[in-house]
Write a protein of this length. Structure first.
Length: 272
């Protein structure tokens, strides 16, 4: 039976766990080969543990269990050369690139030093991801799909007065501008560019003691959470919910959709 992404190759950043892993597994189940990259290290301003080499190895296993092929490498989206090397390892194996998911992100919300790191990872990292990917996609001449993983915080002014939180919201808004410009720049090559905007997702980036403490502190000082509650009766989404939307967006079913900010947020942004 033909699958919707048979013959396609997807490049996914932040793939060791959480949403990145969910994208890798779902796209593999739909037939895509996967090039997965993750830092697998620490960033000083981030108080919670980031993905590890063991996490990335588990992603490899899950992709293979789903019937997919995968090349996984450690790489830093802040370092263009590092990212390009990880991508090239996959291109050497699979020979093509059709889908790009710029997912790598951090949330150093309470960190006084978080501004620079979150801008570097969440925004500059996405720029590097698109920048290293598009030459191959353009040369192939067969179009493609790029998805930038933003946030409900990329469509609304939510967050706290902490530097890391301000940087997070700024970076996620910045992805919208990046997406809209690239959608125009790459349209002549039949490459579609969109952004996806989840509300809270049950991943290690959100479900950890530091983020829970940050939210609790906001509630205690302001009497409410930072504008992140959902309209539908669900407190938190699952990574697979976002992966379902991304899988549709990169498929031919969405072949004429580009330049779109797609909330997958249980009505969070609309509720504001």
């Amino acid at each position: 039976m033909t699958r919707p992404l048979d013959g396609k190759t997807a490049f996914i950043t932040g793939a060791a766990r959480g949403q990145g892993r969910a994208y890798a597994v779902r796209l593999a189940a739909d037939g895509a080969d996967v090039i997965a990259v993750d830092l697998c290290g620490r960033i000083a301003s981030v108080p919670y543990p980031l993905g590890t080499a063991e996490d990335l190895a588990q992603t490899v296993k899950l992709v293979q269990d789903a019937g997919g092929r995968i090349v996984a490498r450690q790489g830093d989206v802040r370092d263009r050369d590092s990212l390009a090397a990880a991508l090239q390892a996959g291109l050497d194996e699979f020979g093509r690139l059709d889908i790009v998911i710029a997912n790598a992100g951090i949330a150093p919300m309470q960190s006084a030093d978080g501004w620079r790191d979150v801008i570097d990872v969440n925004l500059t990292g996405a720029y590097h991801t698109v920048d290293v990917s598009t030459p191959t996609m353009i040369e192939q001449g067969e179009g493609g799909s790029i998805v930038l993983i933003s946030s409900a915080a990329g469509l609304a002014g939510v967050g706290s007065a902490d530097a890391g939180s301000i940087g997070y919201t700024a970076a996620k808004h910045g992805l919208v501008g990046l997406m809209r410009l690239y959608a125009n720049l790459l349209a002549p090559h039949d490459i579609r560019v969109n952004s996806v905007h989840p509300s809270g997702v049950d991943t290690p980036m959100i479900n950890n003691e530091f983020i829970r403490a940050w939210l609790a502190d906001l509630v205690s000082t302001s009497g409410r959470a930072p504008g992140m509650s959902n309209a539908l009766p669900v407190q938190i989404l699952q990574a697979e919910d976002i992966a379902n939307a991304v899988a549709w967006l990169v498929s031919d079913q969405a072949r004429y959709i580009t330049g779109v900010t797609l909330p997958v947020d249980a009505g969070s942004v609309n509720k504001r």
